[in-house]
Design a protein around this ligand. Structure first.
Ligand code: HEM
Length: 231
């Protein structure tokens, strides 16, 4: 037969059940903040409301109430560590209802992506493992090569981000900010433009299958000066 182990002392049990006993009136409540009182008052059982267990019905009355204060403060710690709210979402009410100049840093961009070019379509294409770099193997890309591949005159559009070079050509019709905006980064380092608009976007996730290679200096690109030869 199953024999129940001796329960741990309440002080040890409490942290794993942080909210369980919050609404139970304590026999002898400790001093509390106003905020705490309000919360408790709004959730306290009324005689006409749903019947609730009274302290005498359960062992909860025995739980030391000082842990409530401990929980309260840990609550605040969690809130403090949350990241700040991000820029208003495209579909947020703040944007829709005449945003204040202080909040709207620039007007919302209305970009209509052609059918089959939604973010989900791009995600599926990336996941399919299709190599979209347009090169047979990873290259060492010199500044001159990057500049050359600017998407004009039938050439591919490359763009570098923190030393990695991506072929952004296949992504152009998928870019939620529009093809024209993305083209501004063609043939150059796009990090600054990128970070000004959407620092929350992860370019390596988005363009992993478009990786062309890494940036090197002109000298590093020369066969005679590769790292192996220098040893
Ligand atoms: C190649 C790297 C880039 C990738 C992977 C990329 C990806 C994205 C993604 C995923 C969004 C939607 C963001 C969201 O809804 O939160 C977006 C929006 C946008 N992107 Fe890019 N982007 C890139 C480069 C750029 C560059 C270089 C510019 C500007 C020159 C730019 C301008 C914009 C704009 C204006 C929007 C619309 C944002 C809005 O209205 O909230 N993007 N981009």
């Amino acid at each position: 037969a199953y024999v129940r182990q001796t329960a741990p002392p309440p002080a040890e049990r409490k942290p794993s059940q942080p909210t369980a006993n919050q609404e139970e009136p304590a026999a002898d409540p400790p001093p509390q903040t106003d905020n705490h009182k309000q919360r408790r008052a709004s959730s306290s059982p009324s005689p006409e409301g749903t019947p609730r267990a009274t302290p005498s019905d359960s062992a909860n009355g025995a739980v030391p109430t000082f842990t409530l204060a401990a929980h309260e403060s840990s609550d605040e710690d969690e809130e403090d560590s949350l990241p700040p709210p991000s820029f208003p979402a495209l579909n947020s009410a703040q944007r829709a209802s005449a945003p204040s100049p202080a909040i709207a840093m620039r007007p919302p961009t209305e970009v209509l992506l052609s059918p089959g070019h939604s973010p989900l379509d791009w995600a599926n294409l990336q996941r399919s493992g299709t190599n979209m770099a347009g090169v047979p193997s990873l290259l060492r890309v010199t500044p001159a090569m990057l500049k050359e591949n600017n998407g004009r005159k039938g050439r591919p559009a490359w763009s570098s981000y923190e030393g990695k070079v991506y072929n952004i050509t296949p992504y152009l019709p998928f870019h939620p900010g529009g093809e024209g905006e993305l083209r501004r980064a063609a043939g150059k380092d796009g990090r600054k433009l990128f970070m000004e608009v959407h620092p929350w976007v992860n370019w390596d996730n988005m363009l992993g299958e478009c990786l062309v290679g890494i940036m090197v200096t002109q000298e590093q690109a020369l066969p005679t000066s590769s790292l192996e030869d220098m040893d």
